[in-house]
Design a protein around this ligand. Structure first.
Ligand code: ADP
Ligand code: MG
Length: 700
């Protein structure tokens, strides 16, 4: 049995219980989300320094941090580009340079010839061999032994707290730590045999690993005791998402039962039939919708797999049952595209489609709002403007969120609350279907979306031509323009996508504008149009529909066309500076071509020099056409934070686990989470222990 009382005592002892921690300093620690003694114990080191032994100077390698010891041979002020104090330090094995840019006269005189110095620092390549720049130095007398017995932890810090102070605090807690005070929440038999270590041992070890530890293993995060904690941390995250799921399962939702007539009519009017994968996924959704608690489903599928159609089928369920359905798109362009698609599909069936975006003119907006509130509109398409307070839904039974690659747990929570508050039937919550723009790597889907059920469309509609992708350097820009010219002369259409590192829309727009001028000038007789985020929505609409109608040959665009645009005759895409974008985004962009039956091409027009990582990304894109494979590659090259867009929000930040490195633990995590031996109380305590700094996450 875990001793809950003992745990609470550590968890509930504030840091001010420690020597030297007053209210002021407690506030500094608060910034690191450290409030209790338990929080300090779970504030784990980022890495370690080895100060337990003295390394012969000749054995030092560049990049290595180490203690060295020797006698001062010379100490001179050197006037190079910057004045510096250069000390030459010698031991039996060799000689090395210590360099100081900031120093006092007193310091210089300390380093008299023959003085024995012990230094700690990182060896780097200098002008004449290895150097230690601004090492920590200490004068030693005779054969003073090193006193450090353990590796020195390096902690995450914030302004106002030093490594030394943080180490002192953790040491104070460790010194008080008795077995009883830190609850072994996980029953040992649930842990894989190789990781069956007591929690307390793991914490003590990782805050001060003995000198003889396997340092390489530790640096890689693969020490069994690190893995023991990583497993528990991943489990805590997983449990918190399961908790979210349980909460929504406790809510009620209107069961949406089949209206076969409506669906039959709809399918009969389509110029094609659903793929087997689309049918399977529609069935999964239908089963969820028939239940009396909210569906929480993630729909994944590669670009062009036909997710929109699946969304339409889901919408028909809701509408057929007499309820209202909302579709939320991330951009105005995509919302507009959806309105066109859904109107074309559903209006012939007598369904009324309304549109709510941020940019509607006041009168039109008022009219749409009234239609939504009265229930006259059965389907509402919009951007996030859908969830503004003034929007009153009428019998809202299903919310479909499209192309939200970056739709984090926090937003999901908010949406649930809004959905519940915004005129759903009685106390019901609407069902939710979340569609991703591109596939999510399996490990991320298993961890970041564990609160959702997942449906996958793993098949493209028949007759798709693969997209030929080539990478060409900007030196050969002329040739690429020539190629565009030829394609257009043959009656095809093309995209020219401009990218910028800056998120600034106005800079992006400028770049696209000058490119469009350049192309208009060079490409004789080609009808060029421009679309970017700074255009008014009606201007964007105009340009897009001219392109769709074939009145424009070449569309110069920023990444605003990233999602949703669907023009089958466009079969060539040039992406400028693709090295600046992530793989998933490039794959999504590229998916705008290859939508018809014409063989399509994508040219990655990269700038030189290309970094290794950039080269690897372009290579991956040329090699793979499968979005799931690309997603895995993206994860490998960029890491989970970038992919989920949570690096800034810190939503999925682990203390010790690393989703990539520890992906192998996830099946264990799922197995443990499913175990009945993990009672409700243990689950709650685990979540609190590891996620207490993310209150909404933890409470949910
Ligand atoms: P995505 O999954 O990227 O959102 P879309 O829903 O935009 O893909 O579909 C891409 C294109 O494929 C659209 O033009 C759509 O009409 C077409 N499509 C969808 N399903 C099928 C199908 N079963 N057979 C043929 N074409 C289809
Ligand atoms: Mg789509």
């Amino acid at each position: 049995m875990p001793s809950d009382r003992a745990l609470t005592s550590l968890a509930e002892q504030p840091v001010t219980a420690l020597k030297g921690v007053g209210d002021r300093f407690a506030q500094v620690l608060e910034k690191l989300h450290i409030r209790s003694l338990q929080d300090l114990l779970f504030h784990l080191p980022l890495r370690y320094q080895d100060r337990t032994r003295v390394i012969p100077i000749a054995d030092l390698n560049a990049g290595q941090e180490a203690v060295i010891e020797g006698e001062v041979a010379t100490a001179d002020i050197v006037f190079g580009r910057r004045r510096s104090l250069v000390v030459r330090l010698q031991d039996n094995s060799g000689i090395i340079t210590l360099r100081f840019f900031h120093f006092s006269a007193a310091q210089k005189s300390r380093f008299a010839r023959g003085v024995r110095l012990r230094c700690y620092g990182e060896a780097r390549h200098g002008n004449a061999g290895l150097e230690l720049c601004h090492p920590e130095t200490e004068i030693v007398h005779g054969a003073a032994a090193v006193t450090e017995r353990a590796l020195t932890p390096v902690y995450p810090l914030t302004e106002g707290v030093s490594q030394r102070r943080m180490r002192g605090l953790v040491q104070q807690v460790l010194a008080q730590l008795q077995d009883r005070q830190i609850a072994e929440l996980l029953p040992p038999e649930l842990l894989p045999k190789a990781l069956r270590y007591p929690l307390r041992d793991a914490l003590v070890y990782l805050h001060s690993p003995p000198a003889d530890t396997q340092q390489a293993q530790l640096a890689a995060g693969l020490h069994p005791l690190q893995q023991r904690l990583a497993l528990e941390e991943l489990l805590a995250h997983h449990l918190s998402l399961l908790e979210l799921r349980r909460n929504s399962a406790r809510a009620t939702a209107p069961p949406l039962i089949v209206n076969t007539a409506l669906e039959r009519d709809f399918l009969a009017r389509l110029p094609f039939s659903l793929t087997a994968a689309q049918q399977r996924v529609c069935q999964e959704i239908a089963t969820d919708l028939a239940r009396d608690y909210p569906m929480m489903r993630l729909l994944q599928g590669d670009v062009g797999a036909g997710k929109t159609l699946v969304a339409a089928m889901a919408a028909l369920r809701g509408i057929g049952a007499g309820a209202q359905v909302a579709i939320m798109a991330p951009t105005e362009i995509l919302a507009e595209q959806h309105r066109l698609n859904f109107s074309a599909w559903l209006e012939p069936l007598g369904i009324v489609v309304a549109q709510l975006t941020g940019s509607l003119k006041a009168t039109r907006r008022r009219k749409q709002l009234a239609q939504v509130a009265s229930g006259e509109a059965q389907l509402v398409v919009g951007t996030h403007a859908l969830f503004q307070a003034e929007v009153a839904f009428h019998n809202l039974a299903l919310v479909i969120i499209d192309e939200q690659h970056r739709f984090g747990v926090r937003q999901r929570l908010e949406l649930r609350e809004k959905g519940a508050a915004s005129g759903a039937i009685g106390r019901h919550q609407p069902h939710q279907l979340i569609m991703t723009a591109t596939p999510i790597p399996r490990t991320l889907a298993m961890s970041a979306f564990a609160d959702l059920d997942c449906s996958i469309i793993d098949e493209l509609p028949p007759g798709r031509q693969p997209i030929q992708t080539v990478a060409i350097s900007n030196d050969r820009r002329d040739q690429v323009m020539e190629r565009v010219h030829t394609a257009i002369a043959e009656g095809r259409q093309a995209y020219w996508v401009c990218t910028l590192i800056e998120e600034s829309e106005s800079l992006q727009a400028q770049a696209a504008e000058s490119t469009s001028l350049e192309l208009t000038e060079v490409l004789d007789g080609v009808r060029v149009a421009l679309v970017h985020g700074r255009l008014k929505p009606e201007q964007k609409e105009q340009v897009m529909s001219a392109f769709t109608a074939g009145e424009v040959d070449l569309l110069v665009a920023t990444t605003v066309i990233e999602v949703g645009v669907d023009v089958p005759n466009a079969s060539l895409m040039i992406i400028e500076n693709p090295e600046r974008l992530g793989l998933a985004q490039l794959h999504q962009l590229r998916g705008r071509v290859g939508r018809g039956s014409i063989a399509s091409h994508c040219v990655l027009l990269y700038g030189k020099p290309l970094s290794n990582n950039g080269r690897a990304r372009l290579q991956a894109l040329r090699q793979h056409s499968d979005g799931f494979a690309i997603a895995e590659e993206d994860l490998r090259l960029r890491g989970p934070g970038e992919i989920l867009g949570t690096r800034q929000t810190g939503e999925i930040q682990h203390r010790i686990a690393d989703l990539q490195r520890d992906a192998g633990l996830l099946p264990q995590v799922q197995r443990i989470a499913a175990s009945p031996a993990l009672n409700q109380e243990i689950r709650r305590l685990l979540i609190r222990r590891w996620l207490q700094n993310k209150p909404r996450f933890a409470e949910a």
